[in-house]
Every structure is written in structure tokens, then in C-alpha cells.
Design a protein around this ligand. Structure first.
Ligand code: HSE
Length: 309
């Protein structure tokens, strides 16, 4: 019986343009680590959080312990754990920070207990953690963080999630201006209703994006990375969003959109060479306004959550 386990769960890009609350993919090399150690009692204790200040240690208020608690309650198991969390993703970045912690927590708990649940079932418990962070349980970050690759949520009730194939040569450039946007705030500003004409455009782009990914049609991927419903509203929260988008498209990006609820933005690229010009353009644009920006290139992470020790 294992006493302790160390896992990694990747950061993610949710929505992927036209797929609000439905599409997401996992990033390579960027994510949270968590060490889970059995306790002799049934308490969940957050022993430490490194990397990010101000996250709650109270197990009722932290996404990781809320997610594990949902998992243990469903299993009807009285097992306590100590959690040591190392966060590499800033909260409110739009890169699935809370999802990565929730995904790591349930993944670790499932592994240490000998896998009583399948990977798809874990998404439900990680969503309980996400709900705490964003007031609404959505799976488009936790699903790719657990499963890896590109994922889609066909239905929430009942939950039906699956992976979509994609060209492995597809690369992503992430641009993260150093401001914080809370997902709960970014959700509140969206309208409850959409115009039918906008919905028709969004459905068309969604079909185009999925088809482009599966058929490795880069031109179709780029054309379909459009969001006529959420981007027009949320882009006002992101400084110089439209200028950054124009620059990235001029430098060869295959479409450009908001990552999750922002402020991070992302674009797909086919040639790695385009990334340095896009990153440079971001530095110049945001530098001129004294806004710090972190930009990086990534592939799509195929594996998702994994054991590292
Ligand atoms: N789908 C969620 C939203 C993702 O856009 O609100 C949050 O990162």
C-alpha cells in the first residue's frame, strides 16, 4: 500500500475560441504538482502551498480538498490525507489554475487508493472543486488536465466527455499579461441569451474546428478559431486584446482567441518559427504600456495528469 504519491496535472486552455464551456486542451510542461500523503485519521489537511500567495488552507475553501472530499464521499471512504501543493500557474490567469489543482488532487487520490474510479469519472469530482472557484461547475479545464489532449463536453447532464484527435505538429503560443481576471467575474458579464444568427456562426465554427483538428487541416483550424458570442464581451477585460490579435495574425498565427476566461490569450501556429515573432510583438506591445507579459510556446500535452514520484 502506497503511503505517499506525487503527481503533476497540466495547465489548460479552455473554450478554444468557439467552444465556450465545452472545448479544452492541455498544455505541455506547465502545471501544478501535488504530494498526497495518507494520514492515520480521516482529516484533509493542506500542509503547504508553494508558488502562489493567498490561497485558502481551509479544506472547505480550497479546490483540491473540496475535489478530494467529493471523491471520498462518493466512495464512502474515511481516509485522511495531507496535501502539499506546488502551484506553477497563477490564479486568475485563464490557464486553468484551479482546475489543475483539483485535477491533481483527485488523480492523486485515485492512484494512491488503487484506482477505484476510471479517469472519466474523476472529472465529476474535479468539477466540484472548479465550482468553488468559479461558482459554476464546468469541465472544459479539468477534463483535459486529467485526460490530456483536446477534449469536448458533449453534455453536462449527464456528463459526457471525450477526446478529439489533433495534429501533433500543432503548436500553441500563450500570451499572459500579468493581470488577474476571476472566472466568476468573467462569467457574470456574459449575457444569458444569444442571437440565433450568432449561434449559427458559432455552430459552424465549432464544426469547422473539430473537423480541422481531426483531419489535420490547418487552414480550417485557423478559419474556425472564431468566437462571436463570448470574445466580444470578455475582450474588454483584456488590455490591448484586439491590437495583440491583429499582430499575432499578421505574424502568421492560425487564429487567435482568449484562453479560458482570460487574461491569457492563445493562438495556434503551424511553424515554430512564427512563435518568436509573436512573442516579440507581445513584449513590444505590452512593454510600451509597462504591463508585464509572460509568453511561451507549447505543444498539446497528450498525457494529462501523471505520477511523477
Ligand atoms: N469555460 C470557462 C469560462 C473556463 O470561460 O468561463 C474558465 O477558465
Amino acid at each position: 500500500m502506497r503511503e505517499s504519491i506525487k503527481v503533476f496535472a497540466p495547465a489548460t486552455v479552455a473554450n478554444v475560441g468557439c467552444g465556450y464551456d465545452v472545448l479544452g486542451f492541455a498544455l505541455e510542461g506547465y502545471g501544478d504538482e501535488l504530494i498526497l500523503t495518507r494520514r492515520p485519521d480521516d482529516r484533509l489537511v493542506i500542509a503547504s502551498i508553494e508558488g502562489v500567495q493567498g490561497l485558502p488552507l481551509d479544506p472547505l475553501k480550497n479546490v483540491s480538498t473540496v475535489a478530494i472530499n467529493a471523491f471520498l464521499t462518493d466512495l464512502d471512504l474515511k481516509q485522511g490525507f495531507d496535501l502539499r501543493i506546488k502551484k506553477n500557474i497563477a490564479a486568475g490567469s485563464g490557464l486553468g489554475s484551479s482546475a489543475s489543482s483539483a485535477a491533481a488532487a483527485v488523480y492523486a487520490a485515485n492512484e494512491i487508493l488503487g484506482r477505484p474510479k476510471g479517469q472519466l469519472e474523476l472529472i465529476n469530482y474535479a468539477m466540484a472543486g472548479e465550482k468553488l472557484a468559479s461558482t459554476k461547475a464546468h469541465a472544459d479545464n479539468v477534463a483535459p488536465s486529467i485526460l490530456g489532449g483536446v477534449t469536448a463536453v458533449r453534455s453536462y447532464e449527464p456528463l459526457d466527455v471525450f477526446n478529439i484527435s489533433y495534429p501533433e505538429s500543432l503548436k500553441v503560443v500563450v500570451i499572459f499579461p500579468q493581470i488577474e481576471i476571476k472566472t466568476s467575474d468573467a462569467k457574470k458579464i456574459l449575457r444569458d441569451e444569444v442571437k440565433l444568427t450568432d449561434a449559427v456562426k458559432q455552430w459552424g465554427n465549432m464544426a469547422g474546428l473539430i473537423s480541422g483538428l481531426i483531419e489535420h487541416d490547418f487552414e480550417r483550424i485557423g478559419k474556425s478559431l472564431q468566437d462571436v458570442i463570448v470574445e466580444p464581451v470578455r475582450s474588454i477585460l483584456i488590455p490591448f486584446y484586439h491590437q495583440m490579435k491583429t499582430l499575432a495574425l499578421e505574424k502568421g498565427a492560425l487564429g487567435f482567441s482568449i484562453s479560458g476566461s482570460g487574461p491569457s490569450m492563445f493562438c495556434f501556429i503551424k511553424e515554430e518559427g512564427a512563435s518568436s515573432e509573436i512573442i516579440e510583438a507581445a513584449q513590444v506591445l505590452y512593454g510600451a504600456y509597462e504591463i508585464e507579459v509572460i509568453s511561451f510556446i507549447s505543444g498539446i500535452n497528450k498525457q494529462g495528469a501523471k505520477i511523477i514520484e
